[in-house]
Ligand binder design. Sequence first.
Ligand code: AMP
Ligand code: MG
Length: 359
Amino acid sequence: MQERKRVRFALVTFAVLSLALLGLIAYRRAEGLRLVRRLPSHPDRYAVRFETMGTIGNIVVVAPSREDAERWVRAAMVEIQSINESMSTYRPDSELSRLNREAAGGPVEVSPRLWRVIEFSVKLSERTGGAFDVSYSPLRDLWRTASARDSLPTREEIEAARAKTGWRNLRLDPEKRTVAFAVPGMKLDLGAVAKGYALDLAVEAMVREGMKQGFVDLGGDLRVVGRAETGRAWAVGVRDPLKPAEKTAITDKLYLADAAVATSGNYERHFNVGGKLYSHIIDPATGWPVTEVISATVIAPTGMESDGLATAVSVLGMDKGLKLIEETPDAECLLIAMRDGQPVQKRSAGFDAYEKQTP
Ligand code: AMP
Ligand code: MG
């Protein structure tokens, strides 16, 4: 009798445990199929992490329900994907790649979105005296070749590449929305602004669908909407450029509401030539990668402005870079350079206000 009871008890325990395990597996599966994950630390926040535009994207939204969160996130991802498909130079089928193949032969009509980014870039090129140059791409190709063969470009190679660059050699017709290249071998690259523009479209799409609080992060470029659930500004870390391997090491904490921030750093992507690392940002005036500014953080109302300005000040350097930001309404910056082995900072007049949490 005793024996029977024990067997029954064992069987029941086994059945209960098996069911619990099956339930757990089913739950984990369903969770895995879901687009967004609910954050245990903040029950009203839903998040998604994904790969895009050669980087990692993160979207976080404050939502009354999972359904809302999924709808918003999906709308954002569609926009980011569409910008990647149209403006990537890594895709031969993108609209930008087609433009690069055809515009030396005569005017090519572009979509309103591509037009908007090119127009913004050309204005920034003009404002920065060509330090920012949407047509710098032949120089990038040269430095890629140099990295692959592991020897520095020669002066002749740099001059040959520079001859194919220059935003002044672009022929734009705003009425017809056409772009033509006046010099053969010209090419456009939107790597400095496309992520920012994708942020703007993603945020606008979510806001149209009803989202009021959240943010989109594309590999360090970020745009926040509203404030966090607590009513306080969103806290955003600026990566420490001296500790590139430690992704969580931060040099500054910013508090943002309805704003965008971008950091251009030489720790992100490089050309490696002869074991030495060179920045992926190139000064079109010299044809050489920039060395002075090791991290440029720019806060601005939109993603495209903060992204474009961060790259532009990286080329301009500490003094001219700061001046550009001081002259831009609603933009602030924190620039870091190395002097005698020590990091030195320059901040625009209104930057410090973003380092304090609002009451
Ligand atoms: P970001 O990561 O936003 O600083 O942008 C860096 C990207 O900007 C590079 O990967 C290049 O695609 C692009 N870039 C590099 N140098 C320049 C330049 N002088 N003008 C415009 N874009 C540039
Ligand atoms: Mg940029």
